[in-house]
Design a protein around this ligand. Structure first.
Ligand SMILES: Nc1nc2c(c(=O)[nH]1)N[C@H]1C(S)=C(S)[C@@H](COP(=O)(O)O)O[C@H]1N2
Ligand SMILES: [Mo]
Length: 252
């Protein structure tokens, strides 16, 4: 059976199972095919599993919509962020030359990258929309290096299933699966609209994952780690979001 037919069958099976009988059947199917998200426990669990599993099968290779330059928002809306720490201010005063993003976990060559190193890699840009779960959104040009490029540089071990990413802001962290991590539109972003990425939008470095909602796009990235399980992180649900009732997988 070719891949597409198989995917159609599984997706069809999941949808039929969810519609006709119970979410339990869909969940068991999803488990069988390794499509269970880390926040599958609790009362919303079966629903989250179904959403993630169906999205993954349908959209693993799909692209977030890209816009023409004329669609770039004149005034991108920065949401409220806490005041950057003293450490952040010191780094900012020195134009972020000492900013590092460390990459470790299930990789062959753990390391630390400066912004200059990231800029020396192939630069990509995309004009995409970022949408907050609270209803507002804006379109911007995002400039950076593909996360896949950095991951290939450190050598991802085959057992890795998630990239967990951390902000300099305490308690701000999240994770994505390898399909989103290796996706060509997932960037470590250092530029916006032909300029450096403003601090208000997460500068000097932000993870841009345009196929998911705003809250997955963590600002001030300092650390990435690769893992085969989210159990050891926070409450084991993949990010802080599910602890507050938001989905770990926030596909748009
Ligand atoms: N470190 C950090 N990253 C963050 C947030 C935050 O508070 N701290 N807010 C998130 C949320 S909820 C949204 S909607 C977007 C908002 O991005 P913007 O400020 O560029 O509009 O950033 C996300 N990334
Ligand atoms: Mo948000």
């Amino acid at each position: 059976m070719n891949k597409l037919t198989r995917r159609k069958l599984i997706t069809g099976g999941l949808v039929t199972a969810a519609g006709a009988t119970s979410l339990g059947v869909a969940t068991r199917l999803a488990e069988k095919y390794g499509l269970v998200p880390p926040d599958h426990g609790g009362i919303y669990g079966p629903g989250e599993t179904l959403t993630y599993a169906v999205q993954r099968l349908l959209t693993r290779h799909s692209m977030a919509r890209e816009f023409p330059r004329s669609a770039i928002s004149a005034r991108p809306f920065p949401n409220e962020i806490g005041p950057p720490s003293e450490l952040f201010k010191r780094l900012q005063a020195a134009k972020f030359v000492d900013w590092r993003v460390t990459v470790d976990g299930m990789v062959d060559r753990p390391g630390a990258f400066s912004l200059d190193q990231l800029r020396s890699y192939p630069t990509h840009s995309q004009i995409t929309e970022i949408a907050c779960e609270e209803g507002w959104s804006y379109i911007a040009e995002w400039i950076g290096v593909r996360l896949s490029h950095v991951l290939n540089a450190v050598g991802v071990q085959p057992q890795a299933r998630y990239v967990v990413y951390f902000s300099m802001e305490p308690y701000s962290w999240d994770s994505i699966d390898m399909a989103d991590a290796m996706h060509p539109q997932t960037f470590l972003t250092y530029g916006m609209n032909d300029d450096d990425l403003p601090v208000a939008h997460g500068g000097p470095l932000r993870l841009r994952v345009p196929r998911q909602l705003g809250y997955k796009n963590v600002k001030f990235i300092t650390h990435l780690t690769l893992t085969d399980s989210m159990k050891r992180f926070g409450k084991g649900m993949g990010s802080a979001a599910p602890e507050f009732g938001y989905a770990w997988y926030a596909g748009v």
